[in-house]
Design a protein around this ligand. Sequence first.
Ligand code: ZN
Ligand code: ZN
Length: 259
Amino acid sequence: MKIEVLGAFGSKLKNLGMTSILINDKVSIDAGNIVRKGEKIFQLEHIVLTHQHLDHIADIPYLIAESFPVRKNPLKIYTHTKALESISRHILNTEIWPDFSSIKMIDREDSSLRYEKISLGQEINIDGLKITPFESNHTVLTFGYKVYDQKSNCAFLITGDTWKQDNVWEIANSDPDVKAIFVDVSYPKRMRELGKISKHLSSDVFEEELYKLKRKDLKIYVYHIKPAFRKEVIDEISEIKKRTKFKIEILKDGMTFEI
Ligand SMILES: [Zn+2]
Ligand SMILES: [Zn+2]
């Protein structure tokens, strides 16, 4: 399964992009930094959102506005009802940006954008990928996902924004298809309290969480670092890597790799 990191960070600063992971050139998990691909991304049809926070949805308005005149199929946004309501009510509401769910593609009958509600545990099938949400632990309802590629028989887990939780580690421990986990580690250890309040892992709590994982063969990709703390978090993660012997890597914008 091909992974292209369009954005790896939990906010925006200088040239660092916000969270978006493109899978097999077909499906993006979150949409914080999609338009960096330029016109090449205009026919993207599937965005699967973890939740509605701005760093995860910021490029949806720009992608649809630029692409709708040339689209062949609608852009579909998949996530839980609350996140879909937030986007349609507060962003694509004709006041902040046009409501593309009621704007047709040029010379076509279908609307440019479609909202696709999904529920916890409900598997969706998109282009050879089976994507199943599980609940993460954030300030708003947030879906983590298991993404299984039928062609390679491999899966990865992505936590979405999260703090302490058992779900992701339990799935990883029990499912041999899972080869990698993407984990939100936003803050350095000195910001542990801020992490607790804003429900993001700080590096020290991430290390505590790691002991729930019983497998050493998994690749762990740390992402969603807040740019202002980037250097500190990277230094602390490299110490954790030495101490725990887990295969940890920091995700960066522009990386492509196979799982
Ligand atoms: Zn976020
Ligand atoms: Zn968030």
